[in-house]
Write a protein that binds this ligand. Structure first.
Ligand code: SF4
Length: 423
């Protein structure tokens, strides 16, 4: 049985128990939200299940993978390790260079996290050497990924040939989703309908057989804030919602990706509310969103600002954006920076969603140790315990910012050196 079928049958498996324990949510509530399609549990055989949706902590995906320009497998494996070390919940292997099958298997071997792929990427690379994309090739690659143990697949189903024909000349940035643009190019070149939409029942059969999650990709996301949220994004959201319902009826869990790309801050909350309503509160995955276009080199920060908004108002799952966005294949350090900034965004979003619950114990401990000027303990509770030590060695008492006129030292004397709250 798939996770969704277990939930529908009230079959209390270890996955549900583990999630209840990890997230401190009543197990019956988990069964209920999963059975309604409002949360999913992503997993691999013998790995920790990860719950995505309300009422769970906002989760974070990290993209890694080779390109046709740089295909260093060891570097990608290093990225997997750094992503796990600094708190990624899932990893997406987006490899398009080198031996893609081998890289995917190596990532599955060294990682303990659920792994996602976008099979149309490998389809395009394979077709480049075999001649052309066919539906058979697409579904052979999908099945290969599932057989290897991939937990979730990103599939761009939410648009038709008619949508593509209407879209011409209506946007500054056109279509910026890689998977979406590859699928669209195949459709326009061959004048055929969306292959995933056409074969959706077959896709669901496969996903059900391998107990994998369907991640309905956001092909129509906007590539700049001036493109705004348009009819194509809304049509995709509506179509994906219908497809999600159909998938759930076949026992397949679904995540809906939307609002990604570059989105005007003014539109974010309105659109998030709309997403929740149209999708009947299905798990929402957002890539960014990046609320400005003028920050190349700093897009991880721009995306974290958008991500904090998104998480606060309904996104359940964020994709980390690195400083290399739009510029080059990210380095290991870029992956770390993107992940840390995204974790901050998710944490801020969770404080909005849940208030100061157990997720915020680190903040409480850190603040009390900060007041005491206990640098070592303060850093232990921080998101990256190593980086602050480079600015302030733990055995140094004085902080050079205010020197001997330190407000905290004065305050400690005024308030008898007592922490402000018990912990
Ligand atoms: S010296 Fe200033 S910045 Fe440093 S801990 Fe004290 S109050 Fe904070």
């Amino acid at each position: 049985m798939t996770v969704l079928e277990d939930a529908l049958n009230q079959n209390l498996t270890n996955d549900f128990r583990e999630v209840a324990n990890e997230e401190k949510v009543d197990v019956n509530k988990i069964l209920k939200t999963v059975s309604k399609g409002q949360a999913v549990i992503v997993k691999r055989t013998n790995s920790k299940p990860v719950a995505i949706g309300f009422p769970f902590r906002t989760k974070i995906n990290v993209n890694i993978g080779t390109s046709t320009s740089i295909a260093n497998v060891e570097t990608e494996l290093e990225k997997v390790k750094i992503a796990e070390k600094f708190g990624a919940d899932t990893i997406s292997d987006l490899s398009m260079g080198g031996n893609i099958d081998k890289i995917r298997k190596k990532i599955l071997d060294i990682s303990t996290l659920p792994i996602t792929t976008v099979p149309i990427y490998q389809t395009v690379v394979t077709a480049n050497s075999t001649g052309s994309i066919t539906d058979d090739l697409i579904f052979t690659i999908i099945e290969n990924h599932l057989k290897d143990g991939i937990s979730s697949l990103v599939i761009h189903c939410g648009f038709t040939l008619e949508d593509l024909n209407k879209m011409k000349g209506k946007r500054i940035m056109g279509m910026v989703s890689k998977g979406g643009s590859y699928t669209a190019a195949y459709m326009i070149k061959n004048e055929v309908e969306n292959p995933f939409l056409k074969n959706f029942d077959y896709l669901l059969e496969m996903l059900n057989k391998y107990n994998a999650v369907l991640n309905l990709g956001n092909a129509m996301r906007s590539g700049c804030i001036h493109d705004k949220i348009d009819e194509f994004q809304l049509n995709e959201l509506k179509l994906n919602s219908k497809l999600a319902k159909k998938a759930n009826n076949k026992g397949v869990q679904v995540i809906i990706e939307s609002l990604g790309g570059h989105t005007l801050a003014k539109d974010l909350i309105k659109y998030l509310k709309l997403c929740r309503r149209i999708t009947n509160r299905r798990p929402l995955f957002v890539s960014g969103p990046i609320p400005t276009d003028f920050a190349p080199g700093y897009d991880h920060i721009a995306a974290a600002i958008g991500g904090a908004f998104a998480s606060s108002f309904g996104a359940d799952y964020l994709c980390a954006i690195t400083p290399a966005e739009h510029l080059c294949l990210p380095s290991v350090d870029d992956i770390k920076k993107g992940l840390i900034t995204c974790r901050i965004a998710a944490h801020v979003g969770d404080s909005f969603k849940f208030g100061l619950n157990y997720l915020f114990n680190n903040d409480l401990h850190l603040s009390n140790y900060r007041f005491q000027k206990n640098w070592q303990r303060q850093f232990e509770y921080s998101i990256d315990p190593v980086k602050p030590q480079k600015k302030h060695p733990i055995n140094e008492d004085i902080c050079s910012m205010c020197g001997k006129y330190c407000a905290l030292s004065i305050s400690r004397k005024l308030f008898n050196n007592k922490p402000s709250k018990k912990f």
